[in-house]
Design a protein around this ligand. Structure first.
Ligand code: ADP
Ligand code: GN1
Ligand code: MG
Length: 371
């Protein structure tokens, strides 16, 4: 298996516009979806250059070519904005390294798609918040990302994953997974299943707001985990939003909420000791402040008012997705141990419960930032 991947990767490496001699090749990062590698090349007298190489997940992305078209469009647009603002486009947005044939991807002889980015140096993608300032900075970065893309022609974007944050549709998929119970796992997770079923109103919430015309669709990131933003090692600022696979029309509250469910938790997403898991109100406030500042006046007061609901919906949805994957046999998220998806699901539901208990506090924090 490892050997097969090595051969596949070797083929891919030979088909990108790289220069110099490959001196290091290591698996990189903690993403749940793609296979990511950090490659180091030695370019004669110019020293070492690092690049990111990714094998795109074919179970998750149905159309990698359309997906790369989205990324090329969005990064070119961001590049212009960054240059206009006097920024550094090599560090403040992803930069695709083309394949030898000029395409933004390479399809290998096994049918897998690969892509490559310039490595963003002197910056870190964190898996846990070390201090509230970092989380604040990531909020500014994701908010600014949304602001920069406010006028992006949304109808040119392909829907890279259909119904990605359609929580209601995911609820239906979940119910089907419970009924089918292909792995025979439903009996042991009755408590978690009941937790989801008891909250169908959460699954329906944003769909109903949209049907009433209360909230706008915007171009959003849709996967705003802390480790999808690079924090500059020197300045501590959120320098670049990465992992652009799910940039699509979506809801501002979901971009807010997905960041909270991951970054405001007092424990890791897969912590097994649930007594360690809660939603920190200090971190919640740091992110709220950063995100609203980053969006720079673009959010309506209804959107701001619904931010706590975004946190609850995204945490509930993510827990439901982990549980669905567990029931279906762990084909979507990468797992590194038995019952990994179940552990992840349990932290999410613990967070939902904690948010329900702290609801008034969350509403009060957000109300400080109304327009
Ligand atoms: P996944 O969809 O699997 O999460 P990502 O695109 O987020 O894949 O990449 C996984 C990890 O690799 C990121 O969390 C980050 O740590 C690192 N990474 C990805 N792209 C870059 C880049 N251009 N520069 C530096 N690190 C990167
Ligand atoms: C995945 O790709 P990554 O690891 O940044 C997932 C998100 C989930 C997250 C849970 C394309 O994010 O939607 O919220 O795992 N991405 C995709 O940790 O499904
Ligand atoms: Mg990622």
């Amino acid at each position: 298996m490892a050997q097969a991947i090595r051969a596949q990767k070797g083929e891919a490496i030979a088909h990108f516009q790289y220069e110099g001699r490959l001196v290091k090749d290591i698996p990189f990062g903690n993403g749940h979806i793609n296979d990511t590698y950090l490659l180091t090349f030695e370019v004669r007298r110019m020293g070492r250059m690092k690049v990111i190489l990714q094998r795109m997940n074919k179970n998750v992305f149905e159309n990698p070519i359309q997906l790369m078209e989205n990324i090329m469009g969005v990064t070119a647009y961001l590049r212009d904005k960054i240059v206009e603002n006097g920024g550094d486009p090599e560090r403040e947005t992803l930069n695709v390294i083309p394949a030898v044939d000029g395409k933004p991807y390479y399809q290998d002889s096994f049918g897998d798609y690969w892509r490559s980015y310039i490595y963003i140096t002197d910056a870190t993608s964190y898996d846990r918040v070390e201090k509230p300032e970092q989380f604040y900075q990531s909020g500014v970065a994701f908010g600014r990302f949304q602001k920069l893309l406010a006028d992006y022609p949304a109808d040119t974007l392909y829907e890279s994953i259909k119904g990605f944050h359609d929580t209601r549709a995911r609820f239906e998929v979940f119910k089907k997974a419970v009924e089918e119970d292909v792995m025979g796992r439903a009996a042991e997770v009755q408590e978690e299943i009941q937790f989801v079923l008891a909250r169908e109103d959460v699954a329906r919430y944003f769909g109903e707001c949209q049907a009433r015309g209360e909230i706008p669709q915007r171009v959003t990131h849709n996967d705003t985990k802390l480790n999808n933003v690079m924090i500059d090692n020197k300045t501590g600022r959120g320098i670049c939003v990465i992992d652009l696979d799910t940039v699509m029309p979506g809801l501002a509250m979901n971009d807010f909420g997905d960041a909270i469910r991951f970054g405001a938790s007092t424990a890791a997403e897969d912590e097994q000791d649930l007594s360690k898991v809660s939603c920190s109100m200090e971190l919640f406030e740091a992110y709220t402040k950063g995100f609203i500042e980053g969006c720079d006046g673009r959010l309506t007061s209804r959107e701001i008012e619904l931010l706590p609901m975004g946190a609850k919906v995204m945490t509930y949805e993510c827990g439901m997705r982990f549980l669905t994957d567990y029931l279906q046999g762990d084909h979507y998220f990468k797992i590194h141990r038995e019952k990994h998806n179940l552990d992840r699901c349990r932290t999410q539901f613990k967070l939902v419960k904690d948010m329900e208990d702290k609801w008034e506090q969350m509403v009060e924090i957000v109300s400080k930032y109304y327009n």
